[in-house]
Ligand binder design. Structure first.
Ligand SMILES: Nc1nc2c(c(=O)[nH]1)N[C@H]1C(S)=C(S)[C@@H](COP(=O)(O)OP(=O)(O)OC[C@H]3O[C@@H](n4cnc5c(=O)[nH]c(N)nc54)[C@H](O)[C@@H]3O)O[C@H]1N2
Ligand SMILES: Nc1nc2c(c(=O)[nH]1)N[C@H]1C(S)=C(S)[C@@H](COP(=O)(O)OP(=O)(O)OC[C@H]3O[C@@H](n4cnc5c(=O)[nH]c(N)nc54)[C@H](O)[C@@H]3O)O[C@H]1N2
Ligand code: SF4
Ligand SMILES: [Mo]
Length: 726
C-alpha cells in the first residue's frame, strides 16, 4: 500500500471526508517517535473539483488522529450508569462478543430483534459503502435505521417517484447557472449538501460576477442569506405553500415548457390549483408579489436552478417541498439543462450499476406505529418505541455504526433511556460518545487518514464530473483494523454462528459471492466499478492522485432515467397524496399563545455531533445559544445573555439566549450536535463545549409523510429559567 514513511517532512495528497464537499488536500507528513504525523493541512489547488479549497474542519482533521480520547483498541463496558468502566480487549474477544450477541439474538428471537442504526460518516467512508452495507444486508432485519430519516429522505423518495431511483437527484449546475433559488439551505456554513460544491463561496462569487443572482428563502438571515442578492424570511414549515404557489403561477401564466419526456403536468396543475400566491403570503410571510416574480424569473432565465436542503426536508411537509422543487425545475425547462439542475456522470456509478437499489416504499411497516419503510429503512423516529415495546420483533440487540442518535434524532434523551433496556449493544465508532457510551462493546476503526478513499456517493452529486482515488496517507498502526475489516469479520463470525438451514442453492451461491466480496479490499471493488463505466481507470487515478477532470455536467435525459418507461413521472402519488394533510394543517395553523417555532442551525466549524474535542474548532465565541428575536425576548422579560428555559411537548432544556434580528419574529434557533455535558458523555470531560441538545426538544411524533423527522418548526415555549435550573 502506498503509504508515506518519510524521514523528513513530505507533502502527500489527501482528502477531507468530513462533509460532502470532498476537498482535495495537501498534507505535510512529518516523522515522529510514534510514527509519521500530519503536521500541516492545505487545500490542493490542483484538485479539479475543489481547486484549493479547505475549511477549518479540514484543517482540524489531524486533531482526530492525535486525539488521546479516540479509541485505538476495542473496549468492553463493565458495569452500568455512573459505575460504568471501560476495559480494553483484543479484537478477537471483541468480535466474538459482538458476533455472539448478534447471532444469539437472531437464534433466540429472530432477525428483526437485531436493530441497526447507520450514521452519517458511513457515506463518507469507502469501507462502509463496500463492506458495511453488505453486513447490514446479511443481517436482513426490518429494524434498519439511519440518519437518512433525519435528513434527506424526502429528496430520495421524490427522486424515486419522479426519476425511478432514490439517488438520481439532480444538482444545480452551479458553475453555469444564472439564477439560484436556495430554499432552506446554508451552503456558506455547510459547504453544500446533495450538491457537492467545494468552495461554495468562491463559486458563488463567480456566479454573481457573471451577472447571475442568488435568492434565499430562510427563517434566519444566514451566512448564505447575507451574501445573497435577495433574502426573504419564510415561517418554518410553510415553504410547501410558497413552492406550490410558484408552480401554480408557472402553469397559470402559460410559462411551463417541460421537456417532451415529462408526464403528469395536468395532474400537477389540478393538484396545485388551490395554492395562490396570496395564500402563500398569508401562511409563510413571503409577499405574494415576490412569489409570482420569482416564478416568472425562473421561467425567464436561461439556466436557473431551485435548490432546497435541510430546511425543506426535515420539516412537516418535506416531501411536498422537494416535489414542488423538482416540479419548478422540470416545468421551467431547467431540468437537465446547462445552468439548470443536472445529473452528474460519476466514474463509479453506484446508481447505474445497481450497487444501491432503486428504492421501494411500504414493503413493510414498523411494528408499533405502522410507519412504512423506504428503501429498506424504517424512520429512526420509531427506534425508541421498537426497543421499549414488548412483544415479538422487539429490538433487543442494537448495532450502531458511525452514528450518535442520542444527539441527532428526536427525543434523544428518551432514546438514551431506551438504550439501557437493550440486551446488548455493539458500536463501530472511534469514540465513546453520548450513544456509544451505552454500548457493551465498541469497535474502533482506523481514521480517515489511515485508509484508502474513493467517494462512491458524492462524485455522483457533484457540480462537475471528476474522479479521485486517495491512497492511505498514514500507515495502519499495528493492531488497528480498517472499518471494512471489522465489517468483514463481524459478518463472517455472525453467519458462522447461525444454523445453515433453508438457504438453497441460490442462497449458498449468493453467500459465496458475499464472502468473496467481503474478502476483497475496497480499492479493488472500486477498480471493478470504474471498469464498468469506462470513464476512467484505477491506474489513471493512481497516476493522478489530485483527481481526474471529466468535464462539466452534460444533459443525459431521458436515457439516464430509471423509470421503466424512461419518462419523468412528475405527478408523484405520495406528494400529491399528502396535500390533504397540508390543507388540514393550514386550516389549523394558529400557534398557541406565546408559542415560538424552533429551528436548527449549523456553524462552519461544527461537524454534526462530533469533533467537539478539537480545541481549534471550539475556541472563540460560544455558539450554542438560543437565537431569539429581540421583540420575542422582551415579551418574555428576557435579555440578551440570560438563561432561559425552552420547553416542547417532549422535553425542557435551559440555555443562554442571544438577541438577534437575524431570526424572524416568532422563530428561535438552536444548533444541533450539542449537549455533550447533559448526556454524560465521556467526551464532555475533555471538551469545554457547552450547550444543550436541540433533540431533547424535537418530537418523534412530528413526521413528514416520508417518515422523515420534522426537526424544524417544533413548537416551544420560552421563559426565564427557574433559579435552580442548571
Ligand atoms: N435537530 C436536528 N437534528 C439533526 C440535524 C439537524 O439539522 N437538526 N441534522 C441531521 C443530519 S443532516 C444528520 S446527517 C445527522 C447526523 O447524525 P449521526 O449520523 O447520528 O451522527 P454524527 O454526529 O454524524 O456522528 C457521527 C459518529 O460517527 C463517528 N465516526 C466518525 N468517523 C467515523 C468512521 O470513519 N467510522 C466510524 N465507524 N465512525 C465514525 C463519530 O465518532 C461520531 O460518533 O443528524 C441529524 N440530526
Ligand atoms: N459546518 C458544517 N457543515 C456541514 C455539517 C455540519 O454539521 N457542519 N453537516 C453536514 C450535513 S450532515 C448536512 S445534511 C448538510 C446540511 O446542509 P444545509 O441544509 O445547507 O445546512 P443547514 O445549516 O442545516 O441549513 C438548513 C437551513 O434551513 C433553514 N430552515 C430551517 N427551517 C426552515 C424552514 O422551515 N424553511 C426554510 N426555507 N428554511 C428553514 C435553517 O435556518 C438553515 O439555514 O451540511 C453538511 N455540512
Ligand atoms: S469543506 Fe471543509 S469539511 Fe468539507 S470537505 Fe472541504 S475541508 Fe472538509
Ligand atoms: Mo446530514
Amino acid at each position: 500500500m502506498a503509504t508515506a514513511a518519510p524521514s523528513e517532512p513530505l507533502t502527500v495528497l489527501g482528502v477531507c471526508n468530513l462533509c460532502e464537499a470532498i476537498c482535495g488536500l495537501r498534507l505535510t507528513v512529518t516523522p515522529g517517535p510514534d510514527g509519521p504525523q500530519v503536521t500541516g493541512v492545505r487545500g490542493n489547488p490542483d484538485d479539479p473539483l475543489s481547486r484549493g479549497h479547505v475549511c477549518p474542519k479540514g484543517v482540524a482533521l489531524p486533531d482526530v488522529q492525535a486525539d488521546p480520547e479516540r479509541l485505538r483498541r476495542p473496549v468492553r463496558r463493565v458495569g452500568r450508569g455512573a459505575d460504568a468502566r471501560w476495559e480494553e480487549i483484543t479484537w478477537d474477544e471483541a468480535l466474538d462478543l459482538a458476533a455472539e450477541a448478534l447471532a444469539g439474538t437472531i437464534r433466540e428471537h429472530g432477525r428483526d430483534a437485531v436493530g441497526v442504526y447507520l450514521g452519517n460518516p458511513n457515506v463518507h467512508s469507502l469501507g462502509s459503502m463496500t463492506h458495511g452495507l453488505r453486513l447490514v444486508r446479511t443481517l436482513r432485519t426490518v429494524n434498519t435505521y439511519s440518519a437518512t430519516s433525519v435528513d434527506q429522505l424526502p429528496a430520495q423518495l421524490v427522486a424515486w417517484q419522479l426519476y425511478g431511483h432514490q439517488l438520481l437527484i439532480p444538482v444545480p449546475d452551479l458553475d453555469r447557472t444564472r439564477l439560484l433559488l436556495v430554499v432552506g439551505a446554508n451552503p456558506m456554513a455547510s459547504n453544500g449538501s446533495l450538491m457537492t460544491a467545494p468552495d461554495f463561496p468562491g463559486r458563488l462569487r463567480e456566479l454573481q460576477a457573471r451577472g447571475g443572482r442568488m435568492v434565499v428563502l430562510d427563517p434566519r438571515r444566514t451566512e448564505t442569506a447575507r451574501v445573497a442578492d435577495e433574502h426573504h424570511f419564510v415561517r418554518p414549515g410553510t415553504d410547501a405553500v410558497v413552492l406550490l404557489a410558484m408552480v401554480r403561477t408557472l402553469l397559470d401564466e402559460g410559462l411551463a415548457r417541460p421537456a417532451a419526456y415529462v408526464d403528469g403536468v395536468e395532474e400537477v396543475r389540478a393538484a396545485v390549483a388551490a395554492y395562490t400566491p396570496e395564500l402563500a403570503e398569508r401562511h409563510s410571510g413571503v409577499p405574494a408579489d415576490v412569489v409570482r416574480r420569482l416564478a416568472r424569473e425562473l421561467a425567464a432565465t436561461d439556466g436557473a436552478a431551485v435548490y432546497g436542503r435541510i430546511g425543506v426536508s426535515t420539516q412537516g411537509f418535506g416531501t411536498v417541498c422537494q416535489w414542488a422543487i423538482q416540479c419548478l425545475n422540470a416545468l421551467t425547462g431547467n431540468l437537465d439543462r446547462e445552468g439548470g439542475t443536472m445529473l452528474p456522470e460519476p466514474a463509479a456509478d453506484i446508481v447505474g450499476q445497481g450497487f444501491v437499489g432503486r428504492g421501494h416504499l411500504g414493503a413493510w411497516r414498523s411494528r408499533v406505529r405502522g410507519l412504512p419503510e423506504f428503501g429498506g429503512e424504517l424512520p429512526v423516529s420509531a427506534l425508541r418505541e421498537e426497543i421499549e415495546t414488548p412483544g415479538e420483533g422487539r429490538v433487543r440487540t442494537l448495532l450502531t455504526v458511525a452514528g450518535n442518535p442520542v444527539l441527532s434524532t428526536p427525543d434523544g434523551a428518551g432514546l438514551a433511556r431506551a438504550l439501557e433496556d437493550l440486551d446488548f449493544m455493539v458500536a463501530v465508532d472511534p469514540y465513546l460518545n453520548e450513544t456509544t457510551r451505552h454500548a457493551d462493546v465498541v469497535l474502533p476503526p482506523t481514521t480517515a487518514l489511515e485508509r484508502d478513499h474513493y467517494d462512491l456517493v458524492f462524485h455522483g452529486l457533484a457540480v462537475r464530473n471528476t474522479a479521485r482515488f486517495t491512497p492511505a496517507v498514514l500507515p495502519k498502526p499495528e493492531g488497528a483494523r480498517h472499518d471494512w475489516e471489522i465489517f468483514r469479520d463481524l459478518t463472517l463470525r455472525t453467519v458462522d454462528r447461525l444454523p445453515r438451514v433453508g438457504r438453497g442453492l441460490k442462497g449458498r451461491l449468493g453467500w459465496l459471492v458475499d464472502v468473496a466480496a467481503l474478502s476483497t479490499e475496497p480499492r479493488h471493488l472500486v477498480a471493478l466499478l470504474l471498469r464498468r463505466t469506462g470513464r476512467t481507470t484505477m491506474r489513471a487515478l493512481l497516476r493522478s492522485p489530485e483527481g481526474v477532470d471529466l468535464g462539466p455536467l452534460r444533459p443525459t435525459l431521458p436515457s439516464r432515467l430509471q423509470t421503466r418507461d424512461k419518462r419523468v413521472h412528475l405527478a408523484s402519488p405520495v406528494a400529491i397524496g399528502d396535500l390533504g394533510r397540508l390543507q388540514d394543517h393550514l386550516a389549523a395553523a394558529a400557534p398557541a399563545d406565546g408559542e415560538l417555532l424552533l429551528i436548527g442551525r449549523r456553524h462552519r466549524s461544527d461537524n454534526n455531533s462530533w469533533m467537539h474535542g478539537s480545541a481549534r474548532l471550539t475556541r472563540g465565541r460560544p455558539r450554542h445559544h438560543l437565537l431569539v428575536h429581540p421583540d420575542d425576548l422582551a415579551a418574555r422579560g428576557l435579555a440578551d445573555g440570560d438563561r432561559a428555559s425552552v420547553t416542547s411537548r417532549v422535553g425542557s432544556v435551559t440555555t443562554e439566549v442571544r438577541a438577534t434580528d437575524e431570526v424572524m419574529p416568532g422563530v428561535v434557533s438552536l444548533p444541533h450536535g450539542y449537549g455533550h455535558r447533559h448526556h454524560g458523555s465521556p467526551q464532555a470531560r475533555a471538551s469545554a463545549v457547552e450547550g444543550v441538545s436541540v433533540n431533547d426538544l424535537t418530537d418523534p411524533e412530528l413526521l413528514d409523510v416520508s417518515g422523515n423527522a420534522a426537526l424544524s418548526g417544533v413548537p416551544v415555549l420560552v421563559g426565564p429559567a427557574s433559579p435552580e435550573a442548571s
